[in-house]
Design a protein around this ligand. Sequence first.
Ligand code: GLN
Length: 280
Amino acid sequence: MRLSEIKSSLVAILEQNSDVENAPRELSIIIEDVTGLDKIKQILEPNIDIDDNSLCIIKEKINLRKNHTPLSYIIGKREFYGLNFYVSSDTLIPRPDTETIVEEAINEIKVLKKPKVLDLCTGTGAIGISIKANTNCDITLSDISNKALEVTRKNAEALINNECKIVQSNLFENIDDKFDIIVTNPPYLTAQWYDEVTEEVKHEPKLALVSSGDDGLDLIREIIKSAPKHLKNGGILLIECDYRQTKLCAKLLETANFTNIKIIKDLAQKERVVRGSYYA
Ligand code: GLN
């Protein structure tokens, strides 16, 4: 079947999913994923013939998307901080908002000499791997989920030549080292916020999104409590949270004797990251 015919017949199916903002664009990405024909080729050769087998796979993928499976899971990748991360439904899909914590960590690292950095609750490895790819640091990536760590491993191999340590750990349970910087994007949605997320987000692992406590901060509380034991003197903790939690999170850091506390905004000008230094 001709590419142009496929496009005109399938775009309407994607449009049935109200989460899809730009159906022609997503269709083009799915076609590229299956056939290898990039966007330009698709425009220049609208009459190219697509074989039945590829068409069948394209249709399956379009149906998944119609039923709200995130595009990143369908094509198995997501661009983050200029790198192409492999993703599966065992991990959260890296968000553009999360580039803020990476940016901040990189700025802190620039003035240090080969610091030791820990990315706690790493998932795909997006934060830690982006930091490692852009700085001279020793990086440890950890997560509670072995399934997520399989994804981390693939990304570490493809993007930073395995130059990292990967540890399965429930928060700090299996972490012995002390670090100059700890970065973390732990689950922080409250049960109520989770009820309100889109059907698309519901395809992502709930374990990676929801924390307990009325304010969704139970895990962040535990992290702040244990972090001083894992920070070198003057070490820095950087936490991503929701803009409705930043002030409370800063207060928690203050109560735990952190200093130089700062709240950093994301590109959408929403408060997103909280930073503190710990001096023993
Ligand atoms: N920012 C994510 C969302 O709103 C939540 C990420 C997290 O819980 N760590 O879906």
